[in-house]
Ligand binder design. Structure first.
Ligand SMILES: Cc1cc2nc3c(=O)[nH]c(=O)nc-3n(C[C@H](O)[C@H](O)[C@H](O)COP(=O)(O)OP(=O)(O)OC[C@H]3O[C@@H](n4cnc5c(N)ncnc54)[C@H](O)[C@@H]3O)c2cc1C
Length: 436
């Protein structure tokens, strides 16, 4: 029998488990650890609450989770409740699928000011991540600035823009919905260092921004190159640029009637945040593109900003005993191998890029590597050994059955138009699971 520990129950964790089942069938036992009592990582806490169809991928993970040889070991933080060395003693292979949960620093003066958030925190707030549920963003000001030109910046902008009706069917948590409905924000500026032809936003998500009831996005036509140049673009980017062209063509008269302005500010590099206590303005340097890179032009301007959310990427949290690549912000690894018997996968391996599906080949690849490295099982004790350790330490382990009870309780307490009302507090989750 082969024993595998997977640390992290997001997409990378579940795809790895699925691959291990395919590889070894009944000859493997898989424990999937998570520090939270609830599974699925960013599917629950990252993917936007109004994108429920994307969250449907968890049905596939549930099939894996319900197999006899797979266990969910929730509410156990690896590196704190149990060490990597202990897991390595117990399991033939340990796979870190811990994602990249920390915001990259904006690294400009004033980034410590109140009401300046990274997207991990702000998205975690509206998605009910226990660590960020108490974030308490102040939405009483006039202008929000969103930094970044990727899909997370789009998610944040859309969530700040929607009406209560437009949130129907979403699982946005109640505290965020109520705060958003009382929001006084009248203008959202999306800042990107590069230009329209370097946009990272994908067409479907960008198109959605054009269908909101309170706003019609604005792009300065002067930021768009001659249309003939679009032909040189990769097809996905070309489609995104087509959306930008359609935003630029919206007549001013239409926009004037709407209560919220959303504007794209391309070629704009944030330089500093100003304010007394709370942020009040952002200073920006105009850029131009040289060989695909944004370089400063020396022209500076200020934008009033009462709320700033930077969506510029994420990094992995280090774990004691695991070599870390500080520059890249993830575990130091060679195609997923960290140390003998220790692997990483998903965002913890390659950083925050790609879609949910990108994690699937990652999971399958890592299982092939484990099979190559350890053609024979090493006769470890696996889950029996872990259970003894958990009992000795009095760890309050949450099982997949316990999670199903939490899920049921969340469904029962949902608003009429919502699939669930998430618990945002670990203690509440544990109580709902039936533990004392
Ligand atoms: C805001 C946002 C929106 C997104 N929207 C989309 C989208 O619409 N479509 C799409 O295709 N992709 C989307 N993505 C990308 C997608 O979510 C990721 O590709 C995917 O979640 C990465 O999977 P992962 O398993 O590597 O990490 P994660 O999903 O982050 O899972 C990591 C898990 O590890 C656990 N963990 C961390 N540390 C420990 C520890 N020490 N001990 C135990 N457990 C631990 C965490 O609790 C978490 O459950 C989005 C990402 C973000 C940030």
């Amino acid at each position: 029998m082969r024993h595998i520990a997977i640390v992290g129950s997001g997409p990378a964790g579940y795809y790895t488990a699925e691959a291990a089942q395919k590889q070894w069938g009944d000859d493997v036992r898989i424990d999937i650890f998570d520090m939270l009592p609830v599974p699925y990582g960013l599917i629950r806490f990252g993917v936007a609450p109004d994108h429920q169809s994307i969250k449907g991928v968890t049905r596939r993970y549930e099939q894996t989770a319900l197999a006899d040889n797979v266990r969910f070991v929730g509410n156990v933080k690896v590196g704190q409740d149990v060490s990597i060395a202990e897991l390595q003693d117990l399991y033939d292979a340990v796979v870190l699928a811990t994602g990249a949960p920390r915001d990259k620093d904006i690294g400009i003066p004033g980034d410590h000011l109140k009401n300046v958030f990274g997207s991990a925190a702000f998205v975690g707030w509206y998605n009910g991540h226990p660590e960020f549920a108490a974030l308490d963003p102040d939405l009483s000001g006039h202008t929000a600035v969103v930094i970044g030109m990727g899909n997370v910046a789009l998610d944040v902008t859309r969530i700040l823009s929607k009406t209560r009706e437009e949130f129907a069917g979403s699982d946005i948590v109640a505290h965020a919905l109520e705060r958003l409905m009382a929001s006084k924000i009248k203008r959202i500026v999306i800042l990107g260092r590069r230009g329209t032809h370097q946009i990272m936003m994908t067409p479907k998500e960008l198109g959605e921004l054009g269908h909101l009831s309170r706003t019609a996005p604005w792009v300065d036509p002067r930021d768009l190159p001659e249309e003939v140049e679009d032909a040189l673009l990769e097809p996905g980017i070309r489609k995104s640029v087509t959306h930008l062209r359609s935003f630029a063509a919206i007549p001013e008269s239409h926009r004037a009637d709407l209560p919220l302005e959303v504007e794209f500010d391309f070629f704009a590099s944030p330089q500093g945040l100003m304010g007394e206590g709370q942020v009040q303005a952002i200073s920006v340097e105009r850029t131009r593109i040289e060989a695909g890179r944004a370089v400063g032009t020396g022209e500076f301007y200020e934008i009033p900003a009462n709320l700033v959310i930077s969506c510029i990427g994420y990094q992995t949290s280090p774990i004691e005993g695991v070599p870390f690549d500080d520059g890249a912000g993830r575990f130091a690894n060679d195609e997923g191998r960290i140390l003998p018997g220790l692997y990483c996968v998903g965002w913890a391996r390659r950083g925050p890029s790609g879609t949910i599906g990108t994690n699937r080949p990652d999971g399958f690849g890592i299982v092939e590597m484990i099979a190559e490295d350890f053609p024979q099982s090493q006769r470890k004790t696996g889950r029996v050994g872990f259970d003894a350790l958990a009992a000795a330490r009095k760890l309050d382990v949450v099982s997949f059955d316990d999670w199903k009870k939490i899920e049921e309780a969340e469904t029962l307490r949902a608003r009429d138009d919502a699939p669930r009302e998430k618990f945002v507090d670990v203690e509440e989750m544990i109580r709902a699971s039936g533990h004392d």
